[in-house]
Structure formats: structure tokens, C-alpha cells
Design a protein around this ligand. Sequence first.
Ligand SMILES: Cc1cc2nc3c(=O)[nH]c(=O)nc-3n(C[C@H](O)[C@H](O)[C@H](O)COP(=O)(O)OP(=O)(O)OC[C@H]3O[C@@H](n4cnc5c(N)ncnc54)[C@H](O)[C@@H]3O)c2cc1C
Length: 437
Amino acid sequence: MNVKDNAKFPKVVIIGGGFGGLQVAAKLKDKPVDVLMLDKHNYHTFQPLLYQVATGSLEAESIGFSLRKNFSSQKNFRFQIAEVSKVNPENNTIETTIGEVAYDYLVIATGSTTNFFGNKEIEKFALPMKSVPEALNLRYRILQSLEQATLLPNKDDREPYLSFVLVGAGPTGVELAGALAEIRNNILHKDYPELKKEDMKVYLVDFLPKVLGPMSDEASKGATRFLKDMGVEVMLGVKVDSYDGEEIKFEGGKSIRTKNVIWSAGVMGVIPDGVNKDLIVRGNKIKVDANCRIEGSENIFAIGDVAAMITDDTPKGHPGVAQVAIQQGKYVGETILQTLNGEANTPFKYNDKGSLATIGRNKAVADLGKIKFQGFFAWLIWMFVHLISLLGFRNKIIVFVNWIASYISFNGGSRLIIKRFEKDDAPKNKNELKDKV
Ligand SMILES: Cc1cc2nc3c(=O)[nH]c(=O)nc-3n(C[C@H](O)[C@H](O)[C@H](O)COP(=O)(O)OP(=O)(O)OC[C@H]3O[C@@H](n4cnc5c(N)ncnc54)[C@H](O)[C@@H]3O)c2cc1C
């Protein structure tokens, strides 16, 4: 393995440069440890804005940030692109695409991926949105569906291309539904004069009886009202039965003809092999103790979306949000330093700073402790929080300028199809359209 080994200091290996992994590394800056971060991508992804990449209002580069660049001033930090497949706790090594790597301390910060709950058919045809490549794929799919609809003179034939079904009414589903409704309301008639606004349908489906399940009733009701005002059909208490790429069927008999099903109904932790199966709990998460250590291990930690800290206060673990990963990342960095100094570790305590979700222009919902509000002010706070949380000054400026331009013009984003949708065997002419997506 072509990595400089600094044998002088204890070696901390961090798997994943997401919200959690970044904080562990930053906390160890200028400390007597050798930090190696491994990630299958060479960039950090700001997942909360993926939906804007998917709907063409932001470019992918503006929500990613090079991990090497981010730590270029940190002398005890090294980075390698590598996918980690296995942990060998018995000899303190991991197996990766660049070979075997030894560690003194290991932090598993691999996040989560889309959970299709074992339904292979839905997994084959529905589109997930957990990474930049997936968001770009979704963008190409949305734009190609609109392009293909323009080739079809018959409303009935156009219907599957113009129906967008979002399964899962959590923040991702709500934000995507709002963004698609804004395309329908503000952009469709400008970019696609061949199409009618009324023909494009956006459905938001969940088997739970409310949108934004983890947020307050006020937030949920506010978001539902905003979505309905924007023309989104909100279908709650409805369970998906099947999807074959042509028609989504729901339990109870209802169905929608659609080529565009976007799946955000669940996530599951990404766990390398080698972790004791008895420690894997609901949501495919690794059970950790109050110090974020994998139970039974002295030197392996798990944080963020992949970890479940089950206590009396958190019987289901912590929510899968960036703040948990950030706070656990800082905490684990500190805990490793305390351990090296022979100091006692205090238990992790999550400080819930509240939740925000945006639905569209001037429309957001905020639960900040006991203070709950919806509308323009919540939307301003949502924008501010996301801007300051983005990595990189350049990204902050680009995103800010994009948002201002969109606000003024009602027509933001470039909406280019740079690369065709991957699963697509796109037809070359109208006659082939009927059989192909
Ligand atoms: C669309 C979307 C919108 C969201 N919106 C919000 C929001 O508004 N507010 C909020 O608080 N939270 C939001 N979240 C949740 C939030 O992004 C996650 O909780 C957070 O990213 C978890 O951080 P993490 O460090 O655990 O994992 P991640 O940030 O997911 O990072 C995991 C990293 O590990 C790498 N990795 C994975 N497996 C391997 C492997 N085997 N080998 C090497 N590298 C690997 C990945 O490439 C990735 O860089 C959203 C999530 C999504 C998907």
C-alpha cells in the first residue's frame, strides 16, 4: 500500500469522510496521533442539498468538497480513496480495495444507504437519492422524462412520463416533492411549452398517517398545507405493494402509471463485514456503548447513521441526522485523546438543536425546542443554517448566488443533461417510445 506510515504515533483510521468522520479528524488536529481517513469517494457530500442537485437547481460540485483539500493544513492527516470491505478486530486490521490497513483505533463512520426492505423489484426500478451520482442520475431521469413526454402527442401516453411518485414523506421526500412542484408550477411552461402544467403530477406517498413523521404535529400540518397549495397530491396511510417500472400499485387497489418512482422510504446502516452480527440491530446499525465504542471492543468506535446507542433516553437510538454524526464525531475524537492520556471517558450526550425542513420558496417548517413556526422566517433560517454548514467558502458563495438568482428569476439552475440516465435504453424516435424508458 502506497501510504506513508508514521509509526511514531498511535494510528487512528477513520472509515468515511461524511459529517461524523470529518469531525473526528478535525478534533485530532495537531495531536500526537497519525490520522488516516479512507472513503470510497474523494469528497464529502452535503446530503441535505442533494435534492437541489437532483432537480437541477445546484451543480453537483457545489455540494461536495475535496477531503484532501479540506485537511491540507492538517499535518498528521492522510487520505486515501478506498472502499473498506471487512474489519478484523482480532488483529486490528481492515481489508480495503487498496490492501490491508492496520489501526490502533478505528472509527466506523460509513453512514447509511437506501433501504428497499428486501423488495428486489422496487430496488430495480425505483430511484434512490443518497449520493451525488444517484442525485445526478435522478436529475437525468427527470429531465429525460420531460423530454420524452414532449415527443408524445397523446395525453394518455404522456401520463407515465409526467407522473412523479415520491415514496417516503420524510424530509427528503417532502423537499423533493416541493422542488418538483416548483418545476411544474414555474418552469414547465417556459422550458417545455409543448406540455401542460396540469398534466405533470407529483405524488407524495407514505404508509404513516403524517408527513415529516419525526417532527412536531405543527410542522407536519404546515408542510402538508404547503405541499397541497403547491399542487402535490399527498397520499398518507398508503402502503406500496409493487412497482414494475410502469405502474406503482398500492395496497387497497389504487395504482399510478409512472416511469418515475423515487424511493426515500427508509435507510439502513452500511456495515463492513467482520462486525459481530449479534451487535447489529434494527436499521442495520451497530450497537455502541455510551462512549460510541462497539460493544465488547476497546478501540473500535461507530458513529452517526451507522451507530445505535440504545439507552433509556434513546430506546431507538439517535435520529439519523447530521447533528448526531457531527456531535459523535467530535466526541470520539476527544474520547480517543482522553484514552491515550489515561483519562476517564464521560458518556456521550446528544444536544438536540432542533429540526428544519423546506418545502419550497418562502415555505419551510421549524421545530426549535418548544418554539415551532412555519413559513418565510423558517425558510430564511433553513437557508442560513444550510449555507453556514456547507464546506468551503467557494461553495457557500456559489450556492448563495444560485439561490438569489432562482429567487429573482423563478427560473434557477441549468437543467443540463450531461450524461444519459444510466438504466436508460433511451429511444431514438417516437416509434420506439412505447416499449422503452
Ligand atoms: C437526501 C438527504 C437529505 C438529508 N437532509 C438532512 C437534513 O436536512 N438535516 C440533517 O440533519 N440530516 C439530513 N440528512 C441525514 C444526514 O445527511 C446524515 O444523517 C449524515 O450524513 C450522517 O453522517 P455520517 O457521517 O454518519 O455518514 P455520511 O455523511 O453518509 O458519510 C458516510 C461516508 O462514508 C463513506 N463510505 C461508506 N461506506 C464506505 C466503505 N465501505 N468504505 C469507504 N467509505 C465508505 C461514504 O462515501 C461517505 O462519504 C439527509 C440525508 C439525505 C440522504
